[in-house]
Design a protein around this ligand. Structure first.
Ligand code: FAD
Length: 505
């Protein structure tokens, strides 16, 4: 027996999460399959940050059939090959987590083991020299891999993501969703009506008296979690004890050329500062722990470290790291900030919206809302959050910086799952990956080595290769990568030629 299908989906909130949900659901359930309604309030507005992404974003665009050049142009976007980390580990340290690996396995062994051997023998070249995205980023150059692959170079395997203006992105997706039948209603949700029998959400009651009923509700109302938390009372799993940053100051500054094809993250005394290059401005922010730094000090540090004139007053944002104990409860699925938040160190929030949406489409409920389906959605999503949490903690917990916040991170208790990963890495240079990992081996290797957390040994199979052969092969690969990068166009030129933002009328 088949239960009745969902007829009406109501999305509460029109930030990045709300419009991503509207666009994807309109793609998979276009009218007459379902009616999709999105309710948002211009008066409340959106968070207005969230401008760096990970490569999965291209898949989202691909599924929607969005033209990349049009999307980058209309969101004042640029391309991102990874994240440059400055002063993490210790002052003066610079390393890069690029969207790619360090080359193919050699004799079945990951290339970082071969690098470890050379490093022990005194070869001082950093592992990034074997990373294609790093080679391009270092030169401020960019070309999509398919352009590079055409040159027939096997060293060219890498991915890329985007930087974009969050407000323009929501507007872009709104256009997409509305032309596919999504109806937008403007106004403030005053109350959430529950069905007295099932306890499910029955309708959103607007402050002006309108009532929007539905079968499935998507809570995209931001930190407040109007449906999942306020109406259904789902608890919050608080991870502040593991990731102590709980505030951010954000401020845009004038565009500075060249446009770097990467996000920069600079560690500070009690947190870190982001720098995101866009076509019309640079996004900047200081993420910090209020237990170790006052808001005024945080503002001063940020404003003293901008590379161009600020374009507005700095804005304070407060957050609690963690997630809802259930992301899906009864007939409500929370996405975006309503579902949870971890600091934007690896730009993972939009990715989690995307994977949550993909999972929702995969597990789309009937009107009977079998709890087994929600349970599975919640299990997988909780794992995804926990894996990212561990990856973020790794950036902090082995730093040798001496300020009190860093000392705290070095000595605090860390999750067993992370402690196990670190122990295995230190013992043999391998990364034991779990299910629902967003970050694969090269990313973990990048953060371990970037912070000089070295394993006690490399894979013994590496010693089967004569050292001259190993050195020759590694040198050849490094040179091939450098040569490909040298022939890429400057990132600024690539953006200006292929996807310049429309000139304002
Ligand atoms: P919001 O943007 O807050 O939208 C909430 C929506 O709900 C709005 O439309 C609002 O009007 C509506 N709403 C709320 N209450 C009501 C009501 N009563 N009635 C009607 N409507 C209502 N993510 C990344 O991937 N990369 C990054 O680089 C990144 N940087 C970040 C930096 C900081 C400091 C922070 C805090 C977050 C960052 N994020 C980043 C996360 C990212 O900003 C969010 O994941 C993303 O913007 C989604 O937000 P949202 O749509 O869930 O919430």
């Amino acid at each position: 027996m088949t239960a009745a299908p969902i007829r009406r989906i109501v999305i509460a909130g029109g930030g990045t999460a709300g419009w991503m949900a509207a666009a994807l659901l309109a793609r998979f359930l276009p009218p007459p399959h379902a009616e999709i309604l999105l309710v948002e309030s211009d008066e409340i507005g959106t968070i207005g940050v969230g401008e760096a992404t990970v490569p999965l974003m291209a898949q989202f665009n691909g599924v929607l059939g969005i033209d990349e050049k049009d999307f980058v142009a209309r969101t004042e976007g640029t391309f991102k090959l990874g994240i440059q980390f400055r002063d993490w580990g210790e002052m003066g340290n610079v390393h890069f987590n690029g969207f790619g690996d360090y080359g193919d396995a050699i004799q079945g062994v990951s290339p970082h083991h071969h690098w470890l051997k050379l490093h022990r023998l005194g070869d001082a070249s950093p592992i990034e020299d074997w990373s294609m995205p790093y080679a391009a980023a270092k030169r401020d150059r960019f070309a999509p891999p398919e352009m590079v692959h055409r040159q027939g170079d096997e060293a060219a395997f890498y991915k890329y993501a985007y930087h974009f203006d969050a407000g323009l992105y929501a507007r872009y997706l709104r256009g997409y969703a509305e032309t596919r039948g999504v109806v937008r209603e403007e106004g403030r949700i005053g109350k959430v009506e529950l069905d007295p029998e099932s306890g499910h959400v029955a309708a959103l009651l607007m402050a002006d008296g309108r009532r929007f009923a539905g079968d499935l509700f998507i809570d995209c109302t931001g930190f407040v979690g109007l449906l999942i938390s306020k109406a259904l009372g789902v608890a919050y799993v608080d991870w502040s004890g593991l990731l102590p940053c709980d505030r951010a100051i954000a401020v845009p500054s004038a565009r500075r050329d060249p446009l770097t094809p990467y996000t920069r993250s600079t560690a500070r005394a009690a947190g870190w500062q982001w720098r995101i290059p866009l076509q019309h401005r640079t996004g900047n922010g200081h993420v910090y722990s209020s237990a170790f730094l006052s808001d005024d000090e945080a503002v001063d540090q940020l404003m003293a470290n901008l590379d161009c004139a600020p374009l507005s007053e700095p804005r304070l944002l407060r957050f609690t790291t963690g997630h809802r104990a259930k992301f899906w409860d009864r007939n409500v699925v929370a996405l975006g900030l309503a579902a949870g938040f971890m600091e934007p160190l690896e730009s993972t929030s939009i990715q989690i919206i995307q994977t949550g949406l993909a999972r929702l489409v995969e597990y789309l409920p009937d009107r009977d809302f079998d709890p087994a389906v929600a349970d599975e959605y919640n299990r997988v999503t909780a794992n995804e959050y926990a894996r990212i949490r561990d990856f973020l903690i790794l950036h902090y917990c082995r730093s040798r910086r001496s300020e009190p916040m860093w000392e705290h991170c070095r000595t605090m208790a860390i999750p067993d799952t992370l402690a196990h990963k670190i122990a295995v890495w230190e013992a043999c240079g391998r990364v034991p990956l779990l299910s629902e990992e967003s970050y694969q081996e090269p990313s973990w290797v990048s953060i371990f080595l970037g912070n000089q957390v070295l394993p006690r040994r490399y894979d013994p199979i590496v010693d089967q290769l004569p050292i001259e052969k190993l050195r020759g092969g590694m040198n050849q690969r490094r040179a091939a990568i450098a040569q490909v990068a040298d022939h890429m166009p400057p990132h600024t030129l690539f953006v200006d030629r292929t996807c310049p933002a429309p000139v304002a009328a």
